[in-house]
Ligand binder design. Structure first.
Ligand code: MN
Ligand code: MN
Length: 274
């Protein structure tokens, strides 16, 4: 049965609520589903309630933004975390505050350049969730500045576009230690898409695994990252990075993750529980 260890909800930039994601996971006959929203665990209580009593295992997760000095997005998944851990919650609050400040900087620059948008509209689109560039993109599309989300990133707010602004994030050591402190397993997300330059620093910081089976990884990517994981004694995980039906991502369950990773994950998490 398929396993999907990388899925987003409306708590960050996904289109489905946590309950709807659980329903979609069940409809796809998943054996296990991890919800991994960007810099927030706000969707997990609802998801755990919705999954209660079913056969599909719901794993508590998060996708942390980590030091971007490498020039590409470095995302680290925390899987099997205690999402009520106080130190984790404090770190996530800081990351979300920085997301909001970064959004404010970008919106101010866009407005000054004549794009008719404001921060309140972005807040409304984010619905109290972890604020990201996708939410700014949706407002830009709504305001008629660009024809599509893709165009917003390409022309205005993508990493190489004029209105991009970097956000402060966690360094590798802090990110991995925070996940371990919450009893979770730290996994480098989608290194074939972004983040690979941070691999060495993360391994030195105590990284547990590599997401070799990401939906956007090619077959050679999967082989290469699985081999790298084996070489470094790390486990492999996988997921779809699902953001909602029809949203630039594979369907739920589409990461091609083997279910054998579940035992390895649980064993590894046992190291960080006392
Ligand atoms: Mn990511
Ligand atoms: Mn993701």
């Amino acid at each position: 049965m398929p396993v999907d260890l990388h899925v987003h909800t409306t708590a960050s930039d996904g289109a489905l609520s946590p309950s709807e994601v659980v329903r979609a996971g069940r409809n796809a006959d998943l054996l296990a589903l991890a919800i991994t929203d960007h810099d927030t665990t706000a969707g997990l209580d609802e998801a755990l309630r919705a999954a209660d009593g079913g056969t599909m295992a719901l794993l508590a997760g998060v996708e942390l933004s980590v030091d971007e000095q490498s020039g590409s997005d470095v995302h680290v998944l925390g899987l099997l975390i205690d999402h009520h851990d106080a130190a984790l919650a404090a770190a996530l609050t800081g990351l979300r505050e920085e997301r909001e400040e970064r959004a404010a900087r970008m919106v101010a620059a866009l407005a000054a350049a004549g794009h008719p948008i404001d921060l309140d509209s972005v807040r409304e689109v984010a619905r109290g969730g972890s604020m990201g560039r996708v939410h700014i993109a949706r407002v830009l599309v709504g305001a008629g500045s660009v024809p599509s989300i893709d165009a917003a990133f390409r022309i205005l707010i993508g990493r190489d576009a004029p209105f991009y602004s970097r956000k402060q994030t966690l360094d590798a050591v802090t990110a991995v230690a925070t996940i371990h402190g919450a009893g979770g397993v730290a996994v480098l997300a989608h290194p074939g898409v972004s983040g690979e330059p941070a691999l060495t620093a993360l391994i030195e910081a105590g990284l547990d695994g590599i997401e070799a089976f990401h939906a956007e990884h090619t077959a050679p990517d999967r082989e290469r990252f699985a081999a790298l994981a084996a070489y470094h004694g790390l486990l492999v995980t996988g997921g779809s990075d699902f953001h909602g039906p029809g949203v630039h991502s594979a369907p739920i369950g589409g990461g091609g993750c083997p279910d054998s990773v579940l035992d390895a994950l649980a064993e590894r998490a046992g190291l960080y529980r006392s």
